[in-house]
Design a protein around this ligand. Structure first.
Ligand SMILES: C[S@@+](CC[C@H](N)C(=O)[O-])C[C@H]1O[C@@H](n2cnc3c(N)ncnc32)[C@H](O)[C@@H]1O
Length: 366
């Protein structure tokens, strides 16, 4: 089960390809296991000390060196040292040789499948239990109704490459855009409420921008905006990822604006408005790319309204393929903790269960 996924401090070691190749060749030519151990031990001592904090996709291109995640590299060398036979040591050495060769990535992200063990921070299970939100840097959690930064973080690592473009049509406090700066993805957020957008822009400006990427918040109604002309202003035709975190209907009223999805007159009207946003935003998404919808359910008149599944069906009705339903626990804010006992009493009395989860629906366009 996935636990907390706040970005761990990952350090990388810059490894000289020629020195590593020489080591591998010497080891594979050795006739005694003791010789291999001696060579690897000396190499380990000399190499893994220096650590860099750069993500490999942003490292300067250098044909002579390769950036390897330090912990994984040490573990791989240790595996060779602990091998009990020469044959086993040779097997581990060949695997190391393959993993440090040409990167094997897919079309939508920078994950090097030849070094898949380096990606501990990327979740692949459908149940996310996060015991705390990432509150580092500009993520100050001032906006009621924001999502945990780990959600856009995970989506971008899985579904974008460095310098791809991400569109968030319900930008709120700009959580997605802050993550864009951290991960080096360009981001455009659309937010209906000008005051919220202004505050989000201010908070975004306080986040360092180490990869010099574009992150903008545009004030507008996502159900009416012309994304084609909006993207043209950035000299792009498409974005590579959509992250949609709409209001969960009227659970929180975000503004008094008629176009605000939290003011939709009924659940059906909410679903229709949401579908209108998806239709417009989808046109801005490159073919065979991903969109993520983050939404929870609600209660109304003693009935559990499956808002999440209604929204999911609305996206599927537009020809998108459902790739995953992730269930994530709802974080416990102080206010919610205080109400917990009351909700437990109501649940026991009313025959229902207390909401503790929300959904991340992941789709791919045809
Ligand atoms: C659930 S919040 C998103 C929070 C955001 N993910 C964050 O972390 O801060 C939904 C946001 O959508 C905005 N909104 C509602 N209707 C909208 C519309 N038609 N167009 C653009 N934004 C809208 C609300 O003002 C609110 O800020």
């Amino acid at each position: 089960m996935a636990q907390n996924t706040s970005d761990p401090e990952i350090s990388y070691t810059k490894v000289d390809r020629h020195a590593l190749q020489a080591l591998l060749e010497a080891c594979l030519a050795a006739t005694e296991l003791a010789q291999v151990r001696e060579l690897v031990a000396a190499y380990r001592l000399a190499t893994v000390g220096a650590a860099a904090m750069l993500r490999p996709e942003f490292a300067p291109q250098d044909p002579d060196t390769v950036l390897l995640q330090r912990d994984v590299f040490i573990r791989e060398l240790d595996q060779v040292l602990e091998a009990r036979t020469l044959g086993r040591a040779a097997y581990y050495l060949r695997r190391l040789e393959k993993s440090t060769g040409e990167a094997r990535t897919c079309e939508v992200n920078d994950v090097n499948l030849n070094r898949w063990k380096e990606y501990d921070e990327i979740l692949t299970d459908s149940l996310w239990v996060m015991d705390r939100r990432d509150t580092s840097g500009a993520h100050r959690g001032w906006y009621w109704g924001n999502f945990v930064p780990q959600i856009p973080h995970q989506m971008m690592l899985r579904y974008t490459k460095a310098r791809d473009w991400v569109l968030d049509p319900f930008a709120g406090s700009g959580t997605t855009l802050i993550e864009c700066r951290r991960l080096g993805r360009h981001g455009i957020g659309v937010e209906l409420n000008p005051e919220v957008a202004a505050r989000a822009a201010k908070s975004l400006a306080s986040e360092p921008n180490p990869h010099a990427i574009t992150t903008d918040i545009v004030v507008g109604d996502s159900a009416a905006i012309d994304y084609t002309s909006l993207l043209r202003a950035y000299e792009i035709e498409y974005v590579q990822l959509l992250i949609l975190h709409p209001p969960y209907h009227d659970i929180i009223q975000f503004s008094r604006h008629d176009a605000d999805l939290s003011n939709a007159a009924s659940v059906d009207a909410f679903v229709d408005q949401f579908a209108a946003v998806v239709a417009r935003a989808r046109a801005a998404l490159a073919p065979r790319r991903y969109l993520a919808v983050i939404i929870g359910d609600k209660y109304q008149d003693g009935e559990w309204i499956p808002l999440g599944f209604r929204a999911m069906q609305a996206v599927m009705a537009q020809g998108c393929t459902l790739k995953s339903i992730v269930v994530k626990n709802l974080d416990r804010t102080r206010a919610k903790r205080e109400q917990q006992a009351l909700w437990r009493y109501r649940a026991l009395a009313g025959g229902f269960y207390v909401f503790k989860h929300e959904y991340i629906f992941v789709f791919q366009t045809p």
